[in-house]
Structure formats: structure tokens, C-alpha cells
Design a protein around this ligand. Structure first.
Ligand SMILES: [Zn+2]
Length: 417
């Protein structure tokens, strides 16, 4: 009996890991032309289990846009009927999400252990933070800025040549659990920093001048959950009395127009803003660290996916930041630099008008703390794979993003304040 139970457990675990969970599920892209289309999609979302990929929720749908969403197998016929009956133009981006998720693991990198060209699970990333710090004591030190709801350590790697009173650049990855390319970039950044320090002039100058504070994964509980249970999880994993729904959207949980627009008060929603700003241990830890080091932090970069965009404040309102003209020029030059490597095209601009209004984001909050250079990167792709971006694209995605990050950092170096 015990052997049988073990067998069942092992079978279930591997079924999850292989993504069997998503058999026959689809990702649709619908063209939204006018307000009527917006209303139709919101109606559809209210009666079916729809997992929004872009934008993040039904309330953020706007005319003259496209909407990507994932539909459970049992709802597909209803959804397809609805789209056709209402003459909404659509395409199927992913015909079988299970196959797309299996196809992510196409890197050919070795099956076990850490690899920069693989998606690594948390256990592997955690061990890597320890190892990379111990192997490069002259450039990296590891600290813990707090713990997650489930008690995991939130690590921060300080990357730079030792010196006193250095200015700093803060980079975080892994806010949203399912955006796996994001933690992959933070690991890549650290690798390239230590690999090219002393041989490549730009990186050498950056590390001599700045400390880079790198948080490889902020929402670790969510990230773990995407590996063990639900690959499409987005939020934290906090539970609280009064609701059976789990988690808060960490990028709606900052004290920047908190929960005023583009966020939900419903604990079950994927864009739940939480019961209060900084209610999540993860966002509180990040905000506390930045507040404590505010005099040195000159730029804040937060890495998300997908849609190939470089966004700057504001997202919580349509107002523009004081240095809008400068940020716009810098963003334009940065996306050109990014595209120079593989031709990957990014759009850019203030969050609210470029993507959609969303309050409580970390970039707006950091900017309002006085960090003049605050950007959100939305990495590859534009929806062909979405959150199921294959491992074979990690190298190119990280290389082009690294170029962009170095460009921003060098600009900040020339414009220290
Ligand atoms: Zn995100």
C-alpha cells in the first residue's frame, strides 16, 4: 500500500513537472477595436475561467489593442463560439499549452545542476547565489534582505569592486512567478559582470564606479509554486483569514497610488493589490532595503516579461515624470542599443500610456522616492510563446538585455546626481 501511494505521488509530481496539467489548453489573441469589443471580452471573462496574459486583467483591456489569454480545456468551445458569434477577430497563439511548456526545455543544456542557459529551480538558484559569491569574493557579497511568506531567504547580491560611498544601481527579477526569463536575466547579469570585469572596458568602469544590488528572485514562493504545482502562477503565496484565495500581486502592492487603478481589491484576482500597501513580506523587504540605501541608489531596474517594452513612470496616473523628456530620450537610445544585437524591437514610454494604467508598481514607487532613473523591462517575446519562452532564447534575450542595462548604467554614470 505504501509503495502504491509513493508511486502515485511520484507520478503526480512528474505529471505536474511535465505540464500535463495544461493538456489541450489554448492561448488566444483577440483584436480589440472599440469599446464594444472591450465590453464583450469583459463579459466573456466574467463567465469563463480566463487567465489573462496581456494585459494582466480584463479591466485593463483598452480599444485599439490586442489581448492574449489562456483558456482551460473545458471552456475552449464556449470561448471560440463566443468570439465567432460576436465576430471578434482572433488567432490561436498556442494550440496546446502542455506542448508549449514541454518545448520550453529545448536548450540541450545538461539535465541537472545550474546552467545560465536553462531555467533553474529555486533550490538551484539559491545554491548558485552562495557559490557565485564565494567564488568571487572580490566582486560579490551575498546578504539577505528579508524572508518570504513561506519563510525562504530573499537574497541580494552586491556586485562591484570594493570602495567607499559608491553610488548604486538596483536590479530585481522574479516579481511575477511565471515570468521565468526574468530570474534567468539576473543570473546572466551577475555571470557577465564577473566574467568581463577587468577585460571589457565598459563593465570594468561600471563595476569600479557602481555597486549593483541584484535580487535574483523576489517572489520566491510564487516561483517555487510554478515549478511544483502551477506553471501559470503569478502572485505571492500569502494566505490570510477571510479569504480562501491565495496571494497578492507584488507589482500592485507598492505605495504608489496604491490600488487606485489597474488593480483589484478582490483577493482572488491575479492583480490583487493586497489588504494594504507593502502587506507582502517580499515587497516590504525590497522597499525597506531601498529606503535604507536611498542616498546611494541612482537607478532602479525591474525585470518582467513579456511584450518587449521599456517603461518608465508613471503607471498609476497619466501624469508625466519631471524628467520625462530625459527618460524618453534615454529609453529611445536604450531600445536602439538593445535592437543593435539581434534586431529585437522594443516599444517604450511612460507606463500608463504605453501599456496601461496600473497602480502600486515598484518603478513608480522608486521614482517617487527620488530615484530619477526608474525603468521596467518587459523582456521577450511579443506573444508567440509568451510565458513559455523556450530556453533556446535565454542566451539571446539576456545578451541583448545586458546591452540595454549597461547602456542605462553608463548613462547614469555620466549623469550622477
Ligand atoms: Zn511581470
Amino acid at each position: 500500500m505504501l509503495a502504491f501511494l509513493l508511486l502515485v505521488t511520484v507520478t503526480l509530481a512528474s505529471a505536474h513537472e511535465s505540464g500535463e496539467h495544461f493538456e489541450g489548453e489554448k492561448v488566444f489573441r483577440v483584436k480589440v477595436e472599440d469599446k464594444n469589443h472591450v465590453n464583450l471580452l469583459q463579459e466573456l471573462a466574467s463567465t469563463n475561467q480566463i487567465d489573462f496574459w496581456k494585459p494582466d486583467s480584463a479591466t485593463q483591456i483598452t480599444p485599439h489593442s490586442t489581448v492574449d489569454f489562456h483558456v482551460k480545456a473545458e471552456d475552449i468551445l464556449t470561448v471560440e463560439d463566443f468570439l465567432e458569434q460576436n465576430e471578434l477577430q482572433y488567432e490561436v497563439l498556442i494550440g496546446n499549452l502542455r506542448s508549449a511548456l514541454e518545448a520550453q526545455f529545448d536548450s540541450g543544456a545538461r539535465a541537472t545542476g545550474h546552467s545560465y542557459e536553462k531555467y533553474n529551480n529555486w533550490e538551484t538558484i539559491e545554491a548558485w547565489t552562495k557559490q557565485v559569491a564565494s567564488e568571487n569574493p572580490n566582486l560579490i557579497s551575498r546578504s539577505t534582505i528579508g524572508t518570504t511568506f513561506e519563510g525562504r531567504n530573499i537574497y541580494l547580491l552586491k556586485v562591484g569592486k570594493a570602495g567607499s560611498n559608491k553610488p548604486a544601481i538596483f536590479i530585481d527579477c522574479g516579481f511575477h512567478a511565471r515570468e521565468w526569463i526574468s530570474p534567468a536575466f539576473c543570473q546572466w547579469f551577475v555571470k557577465e559582470a564577473v566574467r568581463t570585469y577587468g577585460s571589457e572596458s565598459q563593465m570594468t568602469q561600471l563595476l569600479n564606479t557602481f555597486d549593483f544590488y541584484v535580487v535574483p528572485v523576489l517572489n520566491i514562493d510564487g516561483y517555487v509554486y510554478t515549478w511544483t504545482t502551477n506553471r501559470m502562477w503569478r502572485k505571492t503565496r500569502s494566505v490570510r483569514s477571510g479569504s480562501t484565495c491565495v496571494g497578492t500581486d507584488p507589482n500592485r502592492n507598492f505605495n504608489a497610488g496604491w490600488c487606485s487603478i489597474g488593480a483589484s481589491r478582490s483577493p482572488c484576482a491575479d492583480t490583487y493589490c493586497g489588504p494594504a500597501a507593502e502587506s507582502e513580506k517580499e515587497t516590504k523587504a525590497l522597499a525597506d532595503f531601498i529606503r535604507k540605501n536611498l542616498s546611494s541608489i541612482k537607478a532602479y531596474l525591474t525585470i518582467h516579461s513579456y511584450s518587449q517594452m521599456l517603461l518608465y513612470p508613471y503607471s498609476y496616473a497619466y501624469k508625466l515624470p519631471a524628467n520625462n523628456a530625459e527618460l524618453n530620450t534615454l529609453a529611445k537610445a536604450t531600445v536602439n542599443e538593445l535592437a543593435s544585437l539581434y534586431g529585437t524591437k522594443y516599444t517604450y514610454g511612460p507606463g500608463a500610456s504605453t501599456i496601461y494604467p496600473a497602480a502600486g508598481g515598484s518603478d513608480d514607487w522608486a521614482y517617487d522616492q527620488g530615484i530619477k532613473y526608474s525603468f521596467t523591462f518587459e523582456l521577450r517575446d511579443t506573444g508567440r510563446y509568451g510565458f513559455a519562452l523556450p530556453e533556446s532564447q535565454i542566451r539571446a534575450t539576456c545578451e541583448e538585455t545586458l546591452r540595454a542595462v549597461k547602456y542605462v548604467a553608463s548613462y547614469v554614470l555620466e549623469h550622477l546626481y
